[in-house]
Design a protein around this ligand. Sequence first.
Ligand SMILES: NC(=O)c1ccc[n+]([C@@H]2O[C@H](COP(=O)([O-])OP(=O)(O)OC[C@H]3O[C@@H](n4cnc5c(N)ncnc54)[C@H](OP(=O)(O)O)[C@@H]3O)[C@@H](O)[C@H]2O)c1
Length: 334
Amino acid sequence: MTLPSTAREIRLASRPEGFPTPDDFDLVEVPLPDLADGQVLVRNQVMSVDPYMRGRMNAGKSYVEPFELGAALDGGAVGEVVASKAAGFEVGDTVLHGLGWREYAAVDAANATTVDPQAAPLGAYLGVLGMPGMTAYAGLLDVAAFKEGDVVFVSGAAGAVGQVAGQVARLRGARRVIGSAGSEAKVRYLVDELGFDAAFNYKDGPVAEQLAKAAPDGIDVYFDNVGGEHLEAAIASFNTFGRAALCGSISGYNTAPTGPRNLGLAVGKRLTLRGFLVYDHQHLREEFVREVGGWVAAGELRYQETVTEGLDRAPEAFIGMLRGENLGKALVTL
Ligand SMILES: NC(=O)c1ccc[n+]([C@@H]2O[C@H](COP(=O)([O-])OP(=O)(O)OC[C@H]3O[C@@H](n4cnc5c(N)ncnc54)[C@H](OP(=O)(O)O)[C@@H]3O)[C@@H](O)[C@H]2O)c1
């Protein structure tokens, strides 16, 4: 295969204030990267746009280093090895790695994982069987200590993490699974296709009122992708000894965050509100792949992806995801 001499990448042009705009990104043509010993050259085929990337666009450290201005962005991607200077990797292998937002990436072998393109569609390694799916699994089971018979509420339920979290709860024997999302179509998807017992559009009215109606007997577990008003509503609806997995708070990523004003209820209700990062739960990986992979293969756990074509449209896909235009996992094919 003849390789091109140049390839395109997307750089952070400016740090967004509020919602990112296309002007915050630059599409740049650069020479193909040189390959050092121990690296593979990957032609990226599909890449992920994720909410955490928004935090990295701000100056100052969050839980990951900020993206550098004028440098290529990065993030989860899957592609084909087109040259290898690393033992254990052959041309033609398919690898999962962390250098998305570019057409070709020189990846250290230690940061590349071979995946089987026959076993699942490439996008699944970035979604249902990848980091977001694992986040749902670890958050529900490890962090919120879900147990059979729990009433579970998931916010951001029609997104990459949420769609898996709600279904794992259902398949593991939840008494009732409730989801919230930002459109009627998403609400229908949750109930009609994913088997949620109830769902509501958080834009239709106060979350606390809608949740109380959907969960007349209260909730035991809250999987929080949203924070703010949603977290406040969950605290209000919690039964005693309720447990929240604080996964993300996307309602405050582009606008001023609001805090739950009723945190005092956590005392009397003896609540556990626990933040987590998926990376700390790798001990569950094999079990996750076996259980969730099995449910997907058997058609018991369903998922959606929203795919945008073309690296040049990655900023648009990212901004759209932050605005809720995605159903399921937001991906970009290159
Ligand atoms: N802790 C970890 O290790 C970890 C790992 C991965 C992801 N996360 C977090 O998990 C959450 C979900 O991530 P994801 O990858 O699955 O993204 P996603 O849900 O596929 O996409 C983001 C969704 O957030 C919703 N949203 C945007 N603004 C909102 C608002 N103001 N209020 C309520 N919902 C809003 C939108 O859906 P609607 O149409 O429903 O508004 C949008 O589709 C994020 O908070 C992310 O930061 C955490």
